[in-house]
Structure formats: C-alpha cells, structure tokens
Design a protein around this ligand. Structure first.
Ligand code: PGA
Length: 254
C-alpha cells in the first residue's frame, strides 16, 4: 500500500511574505494524516517556509539543486545548503528545467544523486512532449529518461510522470494515457530495482491536475498522487486535491 503524495510546485510564484501567508492558511486546514503533503516554493522563500512549517507534518521541497557541494556555479544552490535550512525534498528534471534551461538526463541524474547523498528525497520528473507523443515515441522517451535511475536509492525516490503537453495547458492525459504511462514506468522500476521495490515506489501524475479532474486521475491503479503547479497556488484548490487523495486512499470516489 503506497501512501499518496501531493506535492505543490509553485514554480516562480510567491516570495517570502506570500509564502508565509499561504502556509499559515494551509496549516489551518484540516488534513487527513493518510496523505503526504509537500510544498516547493522558490529558493528565496525556503527559509521562511521552513520557519512557518516548523513542527508541522507538511514537507518542504526545493525546485532544483546543483550536483556539486560548492564551487564556481553562479546562481546555483547545493544540496547541503538546502539541507541546512530544513529542506527535505527536491524536484529534479522538471520539463521546464529540461526545455528552458538545458537540463539533460545526465545532469538530472547528477542532481538527484547529489540530493540523495545529502539525505534529500527526490521527485524525479519525466514525460514526453506533444511531438514525441504524436510520433509514437512516448514509451521510448520514458524508457530513456529513467534508464540510469538504477544509480539512485529507490527508498528516497518518487517519480513524477508529467506529459509536457499537459503542463500549464489545461489539457490532461486521459485516464488511459496516464495509467499506461505509469504502469510502464513501474515496470521499468521493477527492472531496475526488483518487483517488490517498484511496488512501493510512488509515481505521481503532473500536468493540469486540479480539483475538477482528481476524480478520474487519482484513483488509477498506478497513480500515487500528484505534482501540482497552477492549482497548488491556491490554498482551497490545493486542499481539495489533498482531500481527494485521502478519499481515494480510503477507497472512496472523490
Ligand atoms: P501544472 O504544472 O499543474 O500547472 O500543469 C505541473 C508541473 O509543472 O509540475
């Protein structure tokens, strides 16, 4: 039985003051303990978030991390620096990092390894573009993106399947598209880590997930929660998604 995980990827939204206000409000919401919740604010807001979340069971994640501990890497932040201020999670290989900032499978893996070496939990993102899907290359792309993840510790790894064409577009994968991609990824994880480990590894869906479509995506057999962008920026919609995940885990239809 996999505990559902709902992670909010705030991207470049909310500075320190807005982060504090958001999290103080989120903490007043009643939350089912059967769902793991993580928020990933921008790097500059992480110390504020860590302070507000002290003593709460909401996890704190960064959106990126460098693969070296320190050095001449202008603009970058190391895993140890994140760890020091109380960050527990990090998103790696997000499609915006891949398409806008030149992230490759190799650099994503290096970041994930460095994060795990510093005892951070990794949310590793994969997913095909629309051109790749239209060309029938979805599974080949996913296979390539996870091919070397055997170098990671699966006990501190979460995968996020995020079809690039569904991110921020309002389009979502159909339940069938999502389930077959997730099942494929679980099969690949089984090849890398063995069946038992792959059964306990969480695979999140990401891409325009919002309260209105949790009912069709969260109950899928191999979907273990969500990585949420836009809908995580509003306390009410983020909380509604968390409640839907709790309902799914309890065997109820959200
Ligand atoms: P979205 O973003 O929910 O706004 O589509 C998801 C993501 O990029 O992680």
């Amino acid at each position: 039985m996999r505990t559902p995980l709902i992670a909010g990827n705030w991207k470049m939204h909310y500075g320190a003051a807005e982060t504090a206000a958001f999290l103080e409000e989120l903490l007043t919401e009643e939350r089912d303990p059967g769902v793991d919740v993580v928020v990933c604010p921008p790097a500059v807001a992480l110390p504020m978030a860590a302070m507000v979340l002290t003593g709460s069971d909401i996890g704190l994640g960064a959106q990126n991390v460098h693969w070296e501990e320190s050095g001449a890497f202008t603009g970058e932040v190391s895993a140890l620096m994140l760890k020091e201020i109380g960050v527990q999670w990090v998103i790696v290989g997000h499609s915006e990092r891949r398409t806008i900032f030149g992230e490759t499978d190799e650099t994503a893996l290096a970041r994930a390894r460095a994060a795990q070496a510093a005892n951070l939990e990794v949310i590793f993102c994969v997913g095909e573009t629309l051109d790749e899907r239209d060309a029938g290359e979805t599974f080949a792309v996913l296979e390539r993106q996870v091919a070397d993840l055997g170098a990671l510790d699966p006990g501190h790894l979460v995968l996020a399947y995020e079809p690039v064409w569904a991110i921020g577009t309002g389009r979502t994968a159909t339940p069938q598209q999502a389930q077959e991609a997730h099942a494929f990824l679980r099969l690949r994880m089984s090849a890398l880590f063995g069946g038992e480990t792959s059964e306990s590894l969480r695979i999140l869906y990401g891409g325009s997930l919002k309260p209105a479509n949790t009912g069709e995506l969260l109950p899928l057999a191999d979907v273990d929660g969500g990585l949420i962008g836009g809908a995580s920026l509003d306390v009410r919609s983020f909380s509604a998604i968390i409640r839907a995940a709790a309902d799914c885990a309890a065997g109820e239809t959200p």
